[in-house]
Design a binder for this molecule. Structure first.
Ligand code: KG4
Ligand code: ZN
Length: 346
């Protein structure tokens, strides 16, 4: 079965073709350059950019897969959560394609797709790595951070989440504090390579009474005060002798330490034997290494989603749709589902 997936929830326009569990193509066009001058995603610019490029990205996906639109058996698009103006572009495009070709349509939750992405084989590999739910997944991206129990398509339960900033958002804000470019995550990771992760003792904050909830706002403030001095505004100059590398490494260590701890603990208490990492922050090498180290020390299987499927992509959308189609036939109501800013899973 050939499934076409479409993703346009934020600033990446993505189209992918997945056939019988194999990713034939995953085309992604990023808009980062258009938003970089503003230091964040501008919704109207993003929506317009999606409309401009979606046909081109789809052409690219079909060409790379060596397939034609007439061969598609089902279409899926992200419906929530995200910027509604942006979601509407991909969702309408996908629905129109499905109606015109008279094939089933599946509306997808972006967060569930990020979780499901851990079952995908690395780009170019023929076989999936045989990842079987139940598992506990850490989803850490720019917009969301949560710990989920995943029992298969449609069976996702949130166990915990950040009560303030998402992990990626914390990376992006700390990058700004350190004068690093947008989006900050990869730049903080790079700066951290030359730094000492023990140079600063930054907080790892868990929320009392809510077992797997975490907070990053105190960590962000600790970085601000650690680099500017107590009660200083972010516009204040860096304290003399501040090492950007040391701050980046210590901050990164605090985020990774906290997230891995909570994930491993949740898996052990849920009695599952697999943990998985997904979302843009799961590209982070230190997070991957620490999850492997601590997860394996507890006898858990650690599934690291291929980086190409951690950041926003449409292969995860098509793959989740294919899994849902295998489990049951979607009804006509899938075509009636509208774009929503929020998800029940957030
Ligand atoms: O999942 P994603 O592509 O988009 C959302 O759905 O939000 O995640 C983007 C986020 C950004 O905040 C970015 O800074 C962060 O993921 N990110 C990283 C790394 N690569 C991307 N954070 C830390 N280390 C990285 N290597
Ligand atoms: Zn995402």
């Amino acid at each position: 079965m050939l499934v076409l997936g479409v993703e346009s929830s934020c600033d990446e326009t993505a189209v992918a073709l997945v056939e019988d569990g194999r990713v034939l193509s995953s085309a992604v066009r990023s808009q980062i350059e258009r938003h970089a001058p503003f230091g964040g995603v501008v919704p109207d610019i993003a929506a317009r950019a999606h409309s401009e490029v979606i046909d081109l990205v789809a052409d690219e996906a079909f060409r790379a897969a060596g397939r034609t639109p007439a061969q598609v058996d089902a279409v899926a698009a992200t419906r929530a959560p995200g910027l509604v103006n942006c979601l509407v572009v991909g969702l309408s495009w996908g629905k129109a394609f499905a109606v015109a070709r008279d094939v089933p349509f599946v509306a997808i939750d972006h967060l569930e797709a990020h979780v499901h992405a851990c079952t995908l084989p690395p780009p170019g590999a023929a076989a999936a790595p045989d990842v079987e739910p139940p598992l506990v997944a850490l989803l850490a991206s720019g917009g969301h951070t949560g710990i989920y129990r995943y029992d298969g398509p449609g069976q996702v339960r949130r166990l915990g989440r950040t009560v303030d900033d998402a992990a990626g958002e914390a990376f992006d804000k700390v990058a700004i504090l350190l004068g690093l470019p947008y989006p900050g995550g990869p730049h903080v990771e790079q700066a951290a390579r030359a730094g000492d992760p023990t140079a600063y003792d930054f907080p790892r904050a868990r929320v009392k009474r809510r077992k797997y909830d975490v907070s990053f706002s105190g960590l962000k403030t600790a970085v601000l005060y650690g680099t500017r001095g107590r009660n200083q505004p972010k516009e204040a100059p860096l304290l003399p002798g501040t090492s950007v590398a040391d701050v980046a490494a210590s901050f990164q260590e605090a985020v990774c330490d906290l997230l891995v701890d909570v994930t491993v603990e949740a898996a052990l208490e849920e009695g599952v034997s697999t943990i998985a990492l997904g979302g843009g922050v799961a590209c982070n090498g230190r997070l991957r290494a620490l999850a492997r180290e601590r997860g394996e020390a507890q006898g858990l299987r650690v599934v690291l989603t291929p980086p190409a499927y951690c950041t926003d992509n449409a292969a995860m959308v098509a793959a989740l749709a294919a899994a849902r189609l295998r489990a049951s036939v979607p009804g006509d109501d899938e075509l009636a589902r509208s774009a929503e800013a929020r998800s029940e899973l957030a």
